[in-house]
Every structure is written in structure tokens, then in C-alpha cells.
Design a protein around this ligand. Structure first.
Ligand SMILES: [Zn+2]
Length: 359
């Protein structure tokens, strides 16, 4: 292997281009290796201006050609072969590959888990992951509180206040787990009155406390959230991804995704949608998206049982009525995402209803 960077290394077409003149890459080429060159140029070269269709199809067209030429002009002494050239061409051959690879190696030294991001994108993702840690931390704390479990696993005495009942209702709505205990019910009148007032979609508390399977499922839920929290602290690969397909399947609206067929690959791939404020308006939207993708990997959750891949207009604290069992919910990353949203201190069950799309 000639290539030293993790971003390029091991790609057979790029490896070939780095050592063999006939394997050079030029206009008309397409495929994953072209996408890697495009993304490397965008990461390393501020003036890179590659158009969306070329990025989407990973095709070496006009705008890629212009960017390659501009990049080679900047590096003029190193990339022009003066024995037969006076101005740069648009061929990605041995010299260009060596230059790109060397610069990628330098970038990877700073942040070995981040690939192909521009610096500003990388800082945004880092901040979003930090925010996801805080948000998931809030969930773990509240689950421990209502479960009466201290951080060290010891038992706590829990206050049966409004927050206590409200949290248990959200667990019931989103995950179909009845965590109410015999001595929780019936709830004090003032709490029921406040739930009626403030908790949109409130249809009363369950008549009975949960059974043994509910208790087991609650333990699984708490353990899963603790694992999710830990998974945000562990290193995992993050990659900026610009192609419109992954393994032949269209990505359409996805902001981030993982390789569901290969759970050993923990790489979270971020698309341009992730950085588009019209699609991801707030940091919290991005943070729960990162958490969602980590759920796919750590719970080996291949799809979204119950909801399918595209649930719209879901009220976070009520969950999706199409999810009908705790088995489905515990394997559906959307349920974790909604639950995280609904567990934040600033969340208002009265206000956050159907994300503003309908009644
Ligand atoms: Zn998903």
C-alpha cells in the first residue's frame, strides 16, 4: 500500500492511481473513489466548488475538473510535471495523489475519528455530540430517579411528585412499559389535575401497576440508555458523506446514517442534510440524530419496527401510535430519539405537540 492516510488507504482504485500512470483518474470517472477525491478536495482546499449533482453521483465532471485544476495550481511547484507541462491539467495521478494523501495524514493527526469534514463542520459535530451526552445524561438521571436507583445501583427514596408521574407516563406512551407501582396508584388528586391541564394527550393513568415483565423491560430501558450514554464517550468513526446513495440504495432525506448491514462498522456518516438548517434547524435536532444513529449500532437495530423509516408528525412525549409493544419500541431508534426530546427540562408537553404539523 502506497497511501498513508486512513481516508484514502485501502481503496484499490486510489492505491493504483498513486503508483501507476495508466491508473490515473480523470474526467468521466465515477464511483466511491471519485467521491473520496471530491471530499478530500473540499476538506483540504477552501476554494473547492464541486456541484451537488457531481457529488451526489460521485462523478468527475466540470466542477470537479475545475477544482482539481485550481488545487494543482495552488500547489504548482509540486504537482506540475515541468518536463512536459507549464500549466496544471485536471488529471489525478501519482503526484496529486501523493499531495492529497500527505495533507490528509496531517488532518487525521488532529482528529483521528473524523473523516472528510471541513473544520467548521467538524467543530459543529463535536459540539452536537457533547450536547447529545448532556441530553442522554438527563434521561438516565430521570430514569434512575423514578426507578429509585442511585448512580451506584443503590436504592433511593423517590419523591412522588409531578415529575415522577409525568416521567412514568412518557415511559408508558413511548415504550409501552408500565413502570407504575402498586403504591403509586391511585395518584394524588392534585397531580392528576395538573397532568390533565399540562400533559397534552393525557388520557388518565393506568388502572393497574406494571407486572414482572414491565419491571424487566424498565431495567432494559435504563440499561440501554446507560449504554447509549457510554457509546457517546467512546471513539467511533464519523465521516462526511456526499453521495446520493449508499450501496446502491438512495439516501433521500437522511441527515445521518450507519451501515445497517454491518453493525461492526460503527461509522456514523453525516450527509449535507445534516448541515442544512432548513432540515436540521437546531442543535438539539442534530444531537438526537447522532443519538439515534448510535442506537442503530449499539442495539443492533436494523430498521424502525412499528414506525417504518419515515414517521412524520409524532408528538415526542406521546410516541407513535403505530408502535404497539415494548419489544418494538426498545428496538426502534426513533423511540429513543422522541423520549430524549421529551425528557429535557425545557420540554413542554402542552406546547410540543405533533411538531407543529396538525392536531
Ligand atoms: Zn434510523
Amino acid at each position: 500500500m502506497a497511501l498513508q492516510s486512513k481516508s484514502f488507504g485501502g481503496d484499490s482504485k486510489l492505491e493504483a492511481a498513486a503508483v501507476s500512470d495508466p491508473a490515473h483518474i480523470l474526467r468521466g470517472a465515477s464511483g466511491e473513489h471519485v467521491s473520496k477525491i471530491q471530499r478530500a478536495l473540499m476538506q483540504l482546499f477552501d476554494q473547492a466548488a464541486i456541484e451537488r449533482p457531481e457529488l451526489s453521483d460521485a462523478s468527475y465532471g466540470d466542477s470537479t475538473e475545475k477544482t482539481v485544476k485550481a488545487y494543482k495550481s495552488r500547489k504548482d511547484q509540486e504537482i506540475i510535471n515541468h518536463t512536459y507541462q507549464s500549466s496544471p491539467d485536471a488529471i489525478v495521478g501519482k503526484m496529486t495523489m501523493a499531495k492529497l494523501d500527505g495533507e490528509l495524514v496531517e488532518k487525521e493527526k488532529d482528529d483521528p475519528d473524523y473523516f472528510f469534514f471541513r473544520d467548521a463542520q467538524k467543530e459543529l459535530v463535536k459540539a452536537d455530540i457533547a450536547r447529545a451526552r448532556v441530553m442522554v445524561g438527563n434521561v438516565v438521571a430521570r430514569l434512575r430517579l423514578v426507578g429509585g436507583i442511585g448512580p451506584d445501583g443503590g436504592l433511593l427514596i423517590m419523591p412522588r411528585n409531578y415529575l415522577y408521574y409525568e416521567t412514568k407516563l412518557k415511559i408508558l406512551n413511548v415504550f409501552h412499559i408500565n413502570s407504575f407501582r402498586d403504591d403509586d396508584l391511585p395518584a394524588p388528586q392534585d397531580i392528576v389535575a395538573r397532568l390533565t391541564r399540562e400533559f397534552s394527550g393525557f388520557r388518565g393513568l393506568p388502572a393497574q401497576a406494571g407486572d414482572v415483565s414491565d419491571q424487566i423491560n424498565f431495567s432494559v430501558l435504563l440499561e440501554n440508555f446507560a449504554n447509549l450514554q457510554a457509546s457517546l464517550d467512546r471513539p467511533f468513526n464519523r465521516e462526511f458523506y456526499t453521495m446520493g446513495t449508499f450501496r446502491g440504495a438512495p439516501l433521500s432525506f437522511y441527515a445521518a446514517f450507519v451501515d445497517a448491514r454491518n453493525p461492526k462498522d460503527e461509522t456514523v456518516r453525516f450527509t449535507r442534510n445534516y448541515f442544512d438548517e432548513r432540515i436540521m434547524p437546531t442543535q438539539d435536532d442534530r444531537a438526537v440524530t447522532v443519538a439515534h444513529e448510535r442506537c442503530h449500532t449499539i442495539f443492533r437495530a436494523k430498521g424502525h419496527p412499528g414506525t417504518g423509516d419515515n414517521p412524520f408528525c409524532v408528538t415526542p412525549h406521546l410516541g407513535d401510535p403505530n408502535v404497539t409493544s415494548s419489544e418494538e419500541a426498545l428496538m426502534n431508534p426513533y423511540c429513543y430519539e422522541w423520549f430524549i426530546v421529551s425528557m429535557q427540562p425545557t420540554y413542554l408537553p402542552r406546547q410540543d405537540r405533533n411538531n407543529g404539523c396538525g392536531t
